[in-house]
Design a protein. Structure first.
Length: 181
């Protein structure tokens, strides 16, 4: 039995879960998300808990068992409290500005970059160099954060670029420092 897959998912008060066939619909105070279950995986409601089970014990279903449980746990947490991801912009003249669902980024290129945020993701800019992304969908939030970071990834010599707030950039010594030693 999968160690992750056998764990029960606690359903907080205020969150409604509806399981019909291979569709799981989770609705909470922040919004509504739907997940389609893979063939051979089933979800059952047990009071205030959800349990994920698999039909057979083959290799493919063992892998999908823990994955499905974690995806459902993320959906339940997302519709209840939501997810956030913080990005830091480092560099002279590098800055961001949010207007509605559009993010305007100045990253040292000859033109400003206009990044259109998808539906379900909101951005807040603090101090022009701190961008906080919020969403109920953890997967979508990660893709958007990676897309924004990919516009100007942090470089190892001066550390300029966009990095996650919890990311540590490994710095390298430049030519002058390398020749001195």
């Amino acid at each position: 039995m999968s160690r992750i897959g056998r764990l029960a998912i606690a359903v907080p008060s205020g969150v409604k879960v509806n399981v019909t066939g291979d569709q799981v619909v989770v609705e909470g105070p922040k919004g509504k998300l739907t997940h389609t279950l893979p063939r051979g995986i089933a979800v059952s409601r047990d009071g205030d808990f959800l349990r994920v089970t698999r039909a057979e014990d083959n290799r493919q279903l063992r892998g999908l068992h823990g994955l499905t449980r974690k995806l459902l746990a993320n959906i339940v947490r997302g519709v209840n409290t939501g997810f956030t991801r913080s990005l830091e912009i480092i560099g002279v003249g590098y800055r961001a500005e949010a207007k509605g669902n559009t993010l305007y980024l100045t990253l040292g290129y000859s033109h400003p970059i206009v990044y259109q945020l998808p539906t379900g993701v909101q951005a807040k800019v603090e101090r022009q160099t701190q961008v906080t992304l919020e969403s109920i969908d953890r997967h979508l939030l990660g893709e958007v954060a990676a897309g924004i970071r990919g516009l100007r990834p942090p470089e190892p010599y001066k550390g300029k670029g966009i990095k996650y707030a919890d990311e540590r950039v490994r710095r390298k010594a430049g030519k002058a420092a390398g020749a001195a030693s």
